[in-house]
Design a protein around this ligand. Sequence first.
Ligand SMILES: Cc1ncc(COP(=O)(O)O)c(C=O)c1O
Length: 381
Amino acid sequence: MSQASIVEFVRSVYQTNAFIPLHAPTFGGNEQKYVLETIQSTFVSSVGKFVDQFEHKIETYTGTAKAVATVNGTAALHAALYMAGVQRDDFVITQALTFVATCNALHHMGADPIFVDVSPVSLGLCPKAMDEFLTQNAQVTDSVCIHKQTQRPIRAVVPMHTFGHPVELDELITVCQKWNIVLVEDAAESLGSFYKGNHTGTLGDFGAVSFNGNKIITTGGGGMVLCKTAEHGARTKHVTTTAKVPHPYEFYHDEAGFNYRMPNLNAALGCAQMEVLEQYLVQKRVLANRYTEYFAESDFQFVLEPEYAQSNYWLNAVICPSVQARDEFLKQTNDAGVMTRPIWKLMHRLPMFKDAPRGVLTHSEYIEAHLINLPSSPVSL
Ligand SMILES: Cc1ncc(COP(=O)(O)O)c(C=O)c1O
């Protein structure tokens, strides 16, 4: 495969000579109609019918007991960790190979991350690596998992379904049960991805979805907490809406809640985008199949969904044969107006997380040095 031909290939797929972004939102349905409706009704802010409708659509689609709309995915994760009982000075296990928001959310709780390796199959948190880290570094005392060296609780784990590819959830749940650890799924990237028939974010105690502009569907900015029980759902709604006790006119708040409500304006966009989600999923699978064929004869390895899962193929990725090949690929595509990107720096390389305890990160380091994200907007069929 010559480097020039990837540019030609992507251009032929998108049928354009203009700049090709990594992931652009598309609004071909009822977006304008619903947003205009909110403006005309004046209910553009935190109250309005679209918020309820959007939550309901997500509940029906994912099968979660209760979905709670928030201002963004980071807020959804923060609220999920709050609901999961994470406390100041706790540890929360996560993957070093993630977007920084995963770690920021647990940091906002006053907790610190512990980094474990990812699986080369899912690119997400590896249950075996987590179990190995815990076996070497933790013990369960009075039903609490304790980090032996610091005597601090390890309260929760946040696996991230990288680029929409689901992690091995059955195995992860087994490890969580063994060590008494709460499971909060960072499903920011994986709306439309299923693990053995279950939507991502619904098997953990909580899940968090993002509707940022670069995600498979967008509300401009927005997020959703997926709650496993109706009780958790009701409480999540309460704490994310300033913990106001319902009353016709009195203001009484029974705890220091968050103002994480998604505005009705954004929810209107979300309702329209949900109507085209299935179509986007088809378009993105077609694109992934084309990349698979294209890279098949090369020494570049296109990242496929794990065999146990159905991925949304949110962001397509390829593993390059060497660091040099990756750098050349990045330069040639970006110089030619075809946007490609390296994966994030591992989290322990960032100043605020540099001292975090961590296991062996062999796969994370390899992927960090070799992976490239490819243009992934839905293609015309
Ligand atoms: C893995 C991951 N977690 C969390 C987030 C946070 O979502 P948001 O940008 O909506 O706050 C994002 C995306 O932006 C993400 O990719």
